[in-house]
Design a protein around this ligand. Structure first.
Ligand code: FAD
Length: 388
């Protein structure tokens, strides 16, 4: 079998890349380890930057998001009992869209079906070959049979634990990593959100986030030690802890209900450079991870895909400048989002070794946001996302 671009991973990066390339006449095959149903059940991101929203429209996958998504023009931050709002639109003229990653993935699969794109699910032992030549290939097993696909390029869209990044020799990649000493316990519940916009809470008991997917579906998180397991947290214990970390005026409005999903995610910052090696390009979580505090992971995946799809489409029209500049261009944006995610994580969480001095620094950072329009402008520009 032969195609132009083999895409490893059928998450948001892989699907969006396949969609943009196919619409421009570039042939792809998407190889996904899991079943489609499994991919569609993963509960993850929910905040889309304006650039991601535009790219989904450009890909022909934005109609349902436009109808059902919720534009948010600001968010709330709290310091113990003190609540204040950052108005994104007032400060930088932009907003974000609250629309679940599960819905984005579903819309992309539907759009891919409509144009007849090729996906192979349930692949095993995916192995990349001859990436430093102009004739790379990928082998894999499916239903006990061995297969090979030859291509011009391979796009590694297979997430943090995928095989693509690991196919680059260790000596040829430079990795930067920061592991945070806590995780987020997340609960999805069929209850109305506690506020009309997201609430980021810094409390002596630890961080909390009140988030949502729509008017009847809420997503809440609390910071927990890495040693905690999901089984340690009953629904009642979760709601009591969340309530304790929100300002009283917010906690009093909280409507609770049974959790329909509960999971713990560790927090990590990670970048692997470069994002190109021979004919292999890394996209999204395969190349970088951010702690979810800044809501940047899915949005960085989208900007990578934008740069790579533009570069590959230009390549087939005779211009290689886009693919040659891909890694540098993507990494410039990645590092800005890394800084923002790290700074919000540092400002909002309680660290096990936090000194009284560190706590004062958090307080003054939050005071600056509450009182300085310049600080709110910087926050708003970063939260709604830099151009791509
Ligand atoms: C709790 C949580 C909250 C988050 N909140 C936000 C948010 O609000 N905003 C935001 O922007 N981001 C958020 N993120 C991050 C966001 O979910 C990810 O950045 C995004 O999923 C990255 O997409 P991806 O396609 O690059 O990788 P993935 O979604 O990981 O997809 C990779 C795909 O590759 C497949 N795969 C892996 N290995 C192989 C293999 N060997 N062969 C074939 N296929 C393979 C996987 O099955 C998967 O389907 C959050 C993440 C978490 C965990």
């Amino acid at each position: 079998m032969r195609t132009q671009v083999i895409i490893i991973g059928g998450g948001p990066s892989g699907l969006l890349l396949s969609q943009l390339l196919n619409r421009a006449g570039v042939a792809t095959v998407v190889l996904e380890r899991q079943s489609r149903d499994y991919v569609l059940q993963r509960i993850r991101a929910g905040v889309l930057e304006r650039g991601t929203v535009q790219l989904l429209h450009d890909a022909g996958a934005g109609a349902r998001m436009a109808a059902e998504g919720h534009p948010h023009h600001g968010c709330y931050l709290t310091q113990d009992q003190h609540l204040f709002r950052v108005d994104f639109t007032e400060r930088c003229g932009h907003a974000v869209m609250v629309y679940g990653q599960t819905e984005v993935t579903r819309d992309l699969y539907d759009a891919q079906d409509a144009i007849g794109a090729t996906h192979i699910h349930g692949v095993q032992n995916v192995t990349l070959h001859d990436l430093k030549t102009t004739a790379p290939s990928v082998t894999f097993e499916k239903d006990g049979m061995q297969h090979r696909i030859n291509a011009d390029f391979v796009a590694g869209c297979d997430g943090f634990h995928g095989v693509s990044r690991a196919s680059i020799p260790e000596g040829d990649r430079c990795e930067y990593e920061k592991v945070y000493p806590f995780g987020w316990l997340g609960v999805l519940s069929r209850t109305p959100p506690v506020m009309d916009e997201l609430v980021y809470a810094n409390h002596p008991r630890g961080f909390a986030l009140a988030s949502m997917r729509n008017e009847t579906l809420s997503r809440y998180y609390i910071q927990v030690p890495l040693t905690n397991r999901v089984e340690d947290w009953s629904d009642d214990a979760f709601w009591a802890e969340l309530r304790a970390r929100l300002p009283q005026e917010v906690a009093e409005r909280l409507i609770t209900g049974p959790s329909i999903e509960k999971s713990i995610a560790p927090l990590r910052s990670f970048v692997s450079e470069p994002m190109r090696w021979g004919q292999l390009f890394l996209c999204g979580d395969a190349a970088h991870i951010v702690p979810p505090t800044g809501a940047k992971g899915l949005n960085l995946a989208a900007s990578d895909v934008k740069y790579l799809s533009d570069g590959l489409i230009a390549h087939y029209a005779g211009d290689d400048s886009g693919i040659d500049g891909y890694s540098d261009r993507a990494l410039r944006r990645v590092w800005k989002a890394m800084r923002f995610s790290w700074s919000v994580t540092t400002m909002m969480h309680r660290f096990p070794d936090q000194s009284p001095y560190d706590q004062r620094m958090q307080q003054v950072e939050l005071d600056m946001l509450a009182t300085s329009t310049a600080a709110r402008q910087v926050f708003a520009e970063n939260y709604t996302g830099h151009d791509f």
